[in-house]
Design a protein around this ligand. Structure first.
Ligand code: NCD
Length: 314
């Protein structure tokens, strides 16, 4: 079926678990159109000019929040931003009351980030608006995985059979969960790599291969995605690995790896801990496509907002 005939029937973007391979490919295909718009002298379209969107951020965010807001403004939406640190949440208001109050203001779409897994699902029960998950605890971060897959497609248009390594703090990462779900649906081969202590307990349930050897993994892969060591989610880090320096020694990607294995490209969802996941020169090298990920993030979020708004692309 051609992309123009495809019936996209999703109401929300809660996670990639609920999206079929065809849904994912369709969002990525639509994102190509919006990526081109971003290169125009006036990178704006009126697609969402009659829509009101609230961005509800209960957890810190730089890239994701700015990227969603930019995507919404590039499409002419009315945007309101809510940040937990400056709201009545501090006065004890519950999430349900907050969202029902916001909803009484006639909101069409809600973008939500929260430290508790399942909050985006909960919101679908409380309000009528389309809900987009911008990260819920260590559960899912679907727009990040979509922008990662879009960036991978720029390198390898067909991801089927491509070898993707995801390296680092697997157990605390929502980015890896969404990527594994999406990439395996597209037929990519995924290896997760890191110390045993940063692997989830039920690692075999993820349905991907596991490696504890960085060199072997880099020799194998087409693309290596490094993940941030999530110090804020780990509690007492000394129980998980001795020092950040030792982590870098064993699992940090370094210039010597770029020389030894000349083919793989490097990705990172940000924020990077320079000198931990990546040697600083590696992050700045021409093998890294990290800033492309950020640019593509705006286009992918434009595509998701457009598809879930039920409107016309214009
Ligand atoms: C990620 C997140 O918040 O889950 N970052 C992002 O959205 N760009 C990864 C991280 O925090 O390390």
């Amino acid at each position: 079926m051609s992309a123009s005939e495809y019936q996209f029937n999703q109401k929300h973007l809660l996670g990639l678990t609920d999206y079929s391979k065809e849904d994912i490919l369709y969002v990525l295909d639509q994102a190509k159109y919006f990526r081109e718009i971003l290169d125009r002298p006036v990178p704006k379209v009126p697609t969402l000019r009659d829509k009101t969107i609230v961005n509800l951020f209960y957890e810190n965010s730089t890239r994701t929040r700015l990227s969603f807001e930019l995507a919404q403004k590039r499409m002419g939406a009315d945007v309101v931003n809510f940040s937990a640190s400056t709201s009545s949440t501090k006065k004890g208001e519950s999430l349900k009351d907050t969202i029902q109050n916001i909803s009484s203001m006639k909101i069409d779409m809600v973008v939500v980030r929260h430290e508790s897994p399942g909050v985006p699902h909960f919101l679908t029960k409380c309000v009528d608006a389309a809900i987009l998950n911008a990260g819920d605890g260590a559960h899912e971060h679907p727009t990040q995985a979509l922008l990662d897959m879009f960036t991978m497609q720029q390198i390898h248009p067909d991801l089927s059979g491509k070898k993707i390594a995801i390296i680092g703090d697997i157990s605390h990462s929502r980015v890896v969960r969404s990527n594994i779900i999406g990439l395996t649906k597209l037929g990519a081969k995924v290896v997760i790599c890191g110390p045993k202590t940063l692997m989830p307990v039920f690692v075999s349930d993820l349905g991907v291969s596991v490696s504890h050897n960085l060199e072997e993994t880099l020799a194998w892969c087409d693309i290596a995605m490094a993940l941030r060591i999530q110090l804020e989610r780990q509690g007492n880090t000394t129980e998980l690995f001795p020092t950040l320096r030792e982590y870098h020694e064993r699992f940090g990607i370094k210039l010597k790896h770029l020389e030894a294995y000349p083919d793989f490209k490097i990705m990172h969802p940000g924020p990077i801990n320079r000198g931990v996941e990546l040697e600083s020169e590696v992050a700045d090298s021409d093998r890294a496509v990290i800033l492309n990920q950020v640019t593509n993030g705006v286009a992918v979020r434009m595509a998701a907002l457009y598809l879930l708004s039920g409107g016309n692309r214009v």
